[in-house]
Design a protein around this ligand. Structure first.
Ligand SMILES: Nc1ncnc2c1ncn2[C@@H]1O[C@H](COP(=O)(O)OP(=O)(O)OP(=O)(O)O)[C@@H](O)[C@H]1O
Ligand SMILES: [Mg+2]
Length: 268
């Protein structure tokens, strides 16, 4: 006989439905003696897909980096999976794809090495076993990079590199996936691959917080949008229409709008 979560009673598996996966309250952060986050509230429930939107410099990356402990907070509270972030140790449950920078450097690693590094948090004593190698292969297949497994990452295009970073986060099979502009510099075909990858993760119950500039192909997946402006939350609710399909570059506005689009100006 197998037991389901229900049989074991609420709480037996850590209450996935009750404690939010991410809870930020009144979070403030200063960088270079400047206030960058000025009291952010952000809650992400189990299985939710939340987009973090806002203009350049509004504090999206900083908000995400406070979550994973890369930026210190000067006030407020952060909890991950119901545990105060400072006490949170279960980082294998979290996958993080940082915002891509142009700065390369270091020793060129192969695609497989990069993706395997994402699995280390799950590997016992840092040694990858059969199941770990299988997870790495699966992640590479998911993002359509299995045929480049042995290549040096230096031989990849920007968009391919981005896919490898996403595969690295997926290799750990995280319950929470945090991605900072995963679509930046990625062509439409690759965006579709990533959207499909994300769809599968979401269907499997993964919670997702992602920074985006426009919703693009991910729009159908997004449950909620949180828009930042100047370090504050400007909007928290349904994805604003003005940042949906109609804000995509190349949208030619030839069809008549059923409703007058609301000019939220959220992204300017
Ligand atoms: N290390 C740092 N030192 C000082 N200021 C910083 C630092 N990192 C970011 N900032 C400032 O904090 C503000 C928010 O930056 P952040 O990177 O969070 O914005 P963002 O919303 O992610 O922007 P983008 O859309 O360009 O990625 C900006 O004004 C930026 O100049
Ligand atoms: Mg950013």
């Amino acid at each position: 006989m197998t037991f389901t979560e229900d049989d074991m009673g609420v709480g037996a598996l850590g209450d996935p439905g009750i404690e939010p996966v991410i809870a930020m309250r009144g979070v403030r952060a200063d960088l270079g003696s400047r206030p960058v986050l000025r009291g952010i509230d952000l809650t992400v429930a189990h299985g939710e897909v939340v987009a973090l939107l806002g203009a350049n410099g509004s504090g999206k990356s900083t908000a995400i980096r406070t979550l994973i402990g890369q930026v210190p907070v000067s006030a407020g509270e952060i909890a991950l999976f119901g545990t105060e972030r400072r006490r949170f140790r279960d980082w294998a449950r979290v996958g993080y794809v940082p915002q891509r920078t142009t700065a390369a450097g270091g020793v060129p690693a192969t695609v497989t090495e990069i993706v395997s590094s994402g699995r280390l948090s799950r590997a016992r004593f840092g040694v990858l076993r059969k199941a770990d190698h299988a997870a790495v292969r699966r992640a590479l297949e998911l993002v359509g990079m299995a045929d480049r497994a042995k290549d040096s990452v230096n031989a990849l295009s920007g968009g391919q590199h981005q896919r490898v970073l996403i595969a690295r986060a997926l290799a750990a099979e995280p319950e929470l996936l945090i991605m900072d502009e995963p679509m930046a510099g990625v062509d439409l075909a690759s965006q579709e691959v990533l959207a499909q990858t994300l769809r599968e993760q979401v269907a499997a119950g993964t919670t997702v917080l992602l920074v985006l500039h426009e919703l693009g192909p991910l729009e159908p997946l997004i449950d909620r949008a949180v828009v930042l402006r100047d370090g504050c939350v400007l909007h928290d609710g349904p994805p604003p229409r003005a940042v949906g399909q109609h804000a995509l570059p190349g949208h030619d506005h030839v069809h008549p709008h059923e409703h007058t689009p609301v000019r939220t100006g959220l992204l300017s």
